[in-house]
Design a protein around this ligand. Structure first.
Ligand code: S3P
Length: 174
């Protein structure tokens, strides 16, 4: 039984959608950022600040592999999980990957002011940074995705319906 992994930019709805989706289809819910904080005993902004992004990415890769060992889990990944090739390979092998795609303006409205929780957006011009990062990461999200679901202007329920439709179309038994 394959896992379902949700990827997408910060603020695309991975955690909220993942939690509700997992309940609906009776899967375990795993929030990768939460697992990283549990494993290290520290909040993510502190890991970035004290140890740097590279250390964070190393822990993220280990925690992803652990999570992918589950049998029936919905895994909400951090927005940067696609940056490492080893993560993209592991995701492709062990999960059906759904890319939650959101327009940059909406992402900014949702997370532009959350820089204290999201170190990468703790910059002078978060709107421009979101645009830049989305452009840079878009091919990586697309490359790893089995299905792409738009979340722009959509309710959680409508996103979940769209995901379930895609998963059924891919032959996933839930
Ligand atoms: C990151 C996204 C964050 C978190 C970290 C880095 C990224 O997760 O993993 O701050 O590189 O996009 P969310 O996408 O859940 O906010």
């Amino acid at each position: 039984m394959k896992n379902i992994a949700l990827v997408g930019f910060m603020g695309s709805g991975k955690s909220t959608v993942g939690q509700t989706l997992s309940r609906k289809i009776g899967y375990l819910f795993i929030d990768l950022d939460g697992r990283i904080e549990e494993k290290t005993g520290r909040p993510i902004p502190e890991i970035f600040k004290e140890d740097g992004e590279d250390t964070f990415r190393r822990v993220e890769a280990v925690v992803l592999k652990d999570a992918l060992a589950a049998k029936k889990a919905v895994i909400s990944c951090g927005g940067g999980v696609v940056l490492r090739e080893e993560n993209r390979d592991a995701l492709k092998q062990k999960a059906i990957v759904v890319y939650l795609k959101t327009e940059p303006d909406e992402l900014f409205a949702r997370v532009g002011a959350t820089g204290s929780m999201r170190p990468l957006l703790n910059v002078e011009d978060p709107r421009a940074e979101i645009k830049r990062l989305v452009k840079e990461r878009e091919p990586l999200y697309q490359g790893v995705a089995d299905a792409i679901v738009s979340t722009t202007g959509r309710s959680v329920n409508s996103i979940i319906e769209a995901i379930i439709k895609e998963l059924k179309a891919k032959g996933l038994k839930m």
